[in-house]
Ligand binder design. Structure first.
Ligand code: ZN
Length: 462
């Protein structure tokens, strides 16, 4: 009796180990994610919301999901903003009148254009909004504010360094306009020194249109150059020209595929990434990798012979980068339809070697998750921490469910993020496939064991 019990226990433990073995083996020997990413990156390219490429990506991924023989595949309509970059931006530093030194810039997403002939003005360099406020209108009026706070290099979690800088990009123009600045140049959010400007979203808040000032990112090398030249000559002039514009919203879609659960069809497990990307590169890391890994989760479940008990959905969200409209729409519809999302997992941190996950979970669920940790050891997956999940799954958080984000190695991610070198050749096939397998393994465990009840519903630990 005891022996049988023991044997049963062994069998069950071995079963999970065996299943994970099958998942990883299938991912590494019969994967599809890399081929999908090749198509998304090289045949379609950058997929800015509202663009023709974004629409092509919707049609392509929908037809690939249909090929997989899922129970349901559909498009969820959502209106998205359409911002266009226009002609390539141009900028130079003029230390001595008539001597122009070209520098690399790009408009930030959502920015207004410069006047048709460009904008030329003196520059005020600051590192913080406090410094800006201390200088005040007299020092800033009519000038270009240059935000030059670098990413903190000694933080091991590069997303923390990103979080420490991104306010300059997102709110720099809004802040500088309070003091009547003419424009804003922001140091690219990039840990290394190179020549690529990195775009990303910025906002004017509710500022009247006529008060909005143009805002651009400058490469880290050129930020260093500008700062050094300013130290020598505080009166130098900076010129930039950009012709970007915000057009009316257009119709787009989230792409959704589902394997309906065999026992608990009304409990949903979601895997996803965002289908849109910035336009300078082809969006291979951000977030083509997350898109194809999420698609691959459903494919690997099928190929590994796992029939989910709960309904398993892949959601390819539209417009994460400059509006989050797709995620907002999905969560609204899920709420309206009373769909109980017990677990949602996002991959939106690059296609690099997976290290683990970060979780938004209550204590009891987190304890269950930690009990699975040893299953991942053979695959060198060790990072299990509480923390954020992902922008697209965030709106699905409830008092009782669990959200997670795949956490790949992030040391090189910000070399590529939102820049012209976020391209397919910088994604490694094996690393991408290991990420897909790691996601599938976690989805398998949540499908098998479900979530556990939290003793206290509030406050939710995250
Ligand atoms: Zn992203």
């Amino acid at each position: 009796m005891f022996f049988l019990f023991y044997l049963g226990f062994e069998l069950q433990a071995q079963t999970d180990e065996k299943v994970l073995e099958t998942i990883y083996k299938t991912a590494l020997t019969n994967g599809q994610s890399y081929q999908w990413l090749d198509h998304l990156s090289n045949k379609i390219g950058g997929r800015l919301s509202g663009s023709e490429n974004a629409e092509l990506a919707v049609q392509y991924t929908k037809s690939e999901l249909e090929e997989m023989g899922l129970d349901k595949v559909w498009l969820q309509p959502v209106m998205v903003p359409k911002w266009v970059r226009g002609l390539q931006e141009y900028a130079y530093i003029e230390s001595v009148p008539g001597e122009q030194m070209a520098v690399n810039i790009c408009a930030l997403g959502g920015s207004v254009a410069t006047p048709g002939n460009g904008l030329k003005a003196a520059v005020v360099e600051v590192k913080t909004f406090e410094e800006l406020a201390a200088l005040g209108t007299e020092a800033i009026q009519g000038k270009i504010v240059f935000f030059n706070r670098p990413m903190q290099p000694d933080l091991i979690q590069t997303f923390d360094s990103y979080g420490g800088c991104v306010d300059q990009r997102y709110a720099g123009a809004m802040e500088a306009a309070k003091y009547k600045a003419a424009g804003v140049i922001v140091r690219s959010v990039n840990l290394r020194l190179d020549d690529y400007p990195h775009t990303g979203s910025m906002s004017y808040g509710d500022m009247p249109v006529e008060q909005r000032i143009p805002s651009a990112a400058i490469s880290t090398n050129d930020a260093e150059k500008l700062s050094a030249l300013l130290a020598d000559n505080p009166n130098l002039q900076f010129y930039f020209k950009q012709s970007c514009q915000q057009l009316p919203d257009v119709q787009s879609y989230n792409v959704i595929g589902e394997i309906t659960g065999s026992e608990f069809p009304n409990e949903f497990i979601l895997v996803g990434g965002h289908l849109d990307s910035w336009d300078l590169g082809d969006g291979a890391h951000d977030d083509g990798a997350g898109v194809v890994q999420s698609m691959e989760v459903l494919r690997l479940m099928k190929l590994s012979g796992i029939k989910p008990k709960r309904s398993l959905r892949v959601v390819l969200f539209m417009n994460e980068e400059n509006g989050l409209r797709g995620a907002t729409k999905y969560a609204e519809e899920a709420k309206r339809n009373g769909e109980n999302h017990i677990f949602a997992l996002e991959s939106d941190a690059g296609g690099f070697t997976p290290r683990g996950f970060s979780f938004q979970a209550g204590d009891n669920n987190y304890a269950q998750i930690l009990s699975w940790q040893s299953l991942f050891k053979p695959y060198l997956i060790h990072y299990f921490e509480k923390g954020g999940s992902g922008a697209d799954v965030g709106p699905l958080k409830s008092d009782t469910n669990v959200l997670a984000g795949l956490r790949p190695d992030s040391q090189r991610y910000f070399d590529h993020h939102h820049a012209a070198i976020d391209t397919f050749e910088h994604v490694n096939k094996r690393e991408l496939e290991l990420g897909a397998a790691t996601m599938t393994a976690l989805v398998y465990l949540f499908d098998k064991y479900g979530i556990v009840k939290e003793e206290r519903l509030k406050p939710v630990m995250d």
